[in-house]
Design a protein around this ligand. Structure first.
Ligand code: ZEM
Length: 279
């Protein structure tokens, strides 16, 4: 159609915004021979989450818009330790496609990583702008504290506007990646397949036996092999009855997890983003 042709034509003087090319460039960065479990996917997902999870619905502050984590003090917040790895990794993509905002790039990278690791298609659209300084950084301690329990998880995700079901689905991202002692103080992966997006996290939570790890680090739980871990905040999902209902569901029904996760993660990355109102 004429409309289709016009939509695909770049505006005079403006570069064509080829998001598929950006997606490809991100995909090409994921495999990493010498990093963690062989993929930068998990840390990119964490970047998208930490950029977005500062949102406060009451004041409308925080969230992915602005990419304020480029600046101190947010870049120095303890919760963001290690995320410079992800931000630096994406710099060549930003250099090759300078028209994309950092805020769009970081969130798109999270979506692309999940999809490339076998997860569901994440709803994503552009529209985030970058803020020019650290003046707009959200206050510290908006992200969840792993040492705390169900009440805290509900407070933090409730502040963003999520319900119990969405909260459990979102934390299911812990099927990916691992904890690093030099970042959070915690150690180890949640699953034996930390570069594959699946419902394994929920199966481990329910079916494995968890006990306190004996070490001089912060309280965390380990399985019998000592290889897998859970944070206190992870255990809260089975200790809280209302949360556990969804852990049961997602452990049994991966399709339900994928569907709910995709919707909740898409929503997370759009919190506070001023998309133009639909015509
Ligand atoms: Zn996480 N997360 N997270 N998370 N997270 C870590 C790692 C990862 C919590 C938390 O304290 C921690 C969500 C929710 C919550 C990922 C994604 C998402 C680590 C380890 C900690 C301590 C960091 C390190 O040492 O490198 C808590 C308390 C949460 C809520 C209760 C949500 C929601 C996520 C996405 C949707 C991912 C992918 C990782 C692994 C990062 C990596 O580098 O491997």
């Amino acid at each position: 159609s004429l409309q289709g042709i016009q939509a695909s034509m770049p505006q005079l003087g403006e570069p064509k915004k080829d998001y598929d090319a950006v997606r490809k460039a991100i995909e090409n960065l994921l495999d990493a021979e010498d990093y963690d479990d062989g993929s930068f996917g998990p840390v990119l997902v964490r970047l998208a989450w930490h950029a977005s999870g500062t949102y406060d619905a009451a004041s409308g502050t925080g969230g992915s818009n602005g990419a304020t984590m480029r600046w101190a003090p947010e870049s120095e917040h303890a919760a963001n330790a290690g995320l410079a790895v992800a931000r630096k990794l994406l710099e060549p993509v930003k250099a090759a496609y300078p028209w994309i905002s950092y805020a769009d790039l970081w969130t798109l990278a999270g979506a692309v990583a999940i999809e490339a690791m076998g997860g569901p298609t994440i709803p994503w659209r552009p529209g985030r702008a970058d803020k020019a300084s650290g003046n707009d950084c959200p206050p510290d301690n908006r992200l969840p504290d792993a040492a705390q329990g169900a009440g805290h998880v509900r407070d933090v995700f409730g502040r963003m506007g999520f319900d119990d079901r969405e909260m459990v689905a979102l934390v299911g991202a812990h099927t990916l990646g691992r904890c690093h002692t030099d970042r959070s103080g915690y150690s180890g992966p949640w699953t034996n397949a930390p570069t594959t997006f699946s419902n394994l996290y929920f199966q481990e939570l329910l079916n494995n036996k968890w006990r306190k790890k004996r070490w001089d680090g912060p309280l965390q739980y380990e399985d019998k092999s000592g290889q897998l871990m859970m944070l206190p905040a992870d255990m809260a999902l089975v200790w809280d009855k209302k949360f556990k209902k969804y852990v049961d569901l997602y452990a049994k029904d991966e399709e339900a997890f994928f569907k709910d996760f995709a919707a909740a993660f898409g929503k997370l990355m759009e919190l506070g983003v001023p998309f133009p109102a639909a015509a």
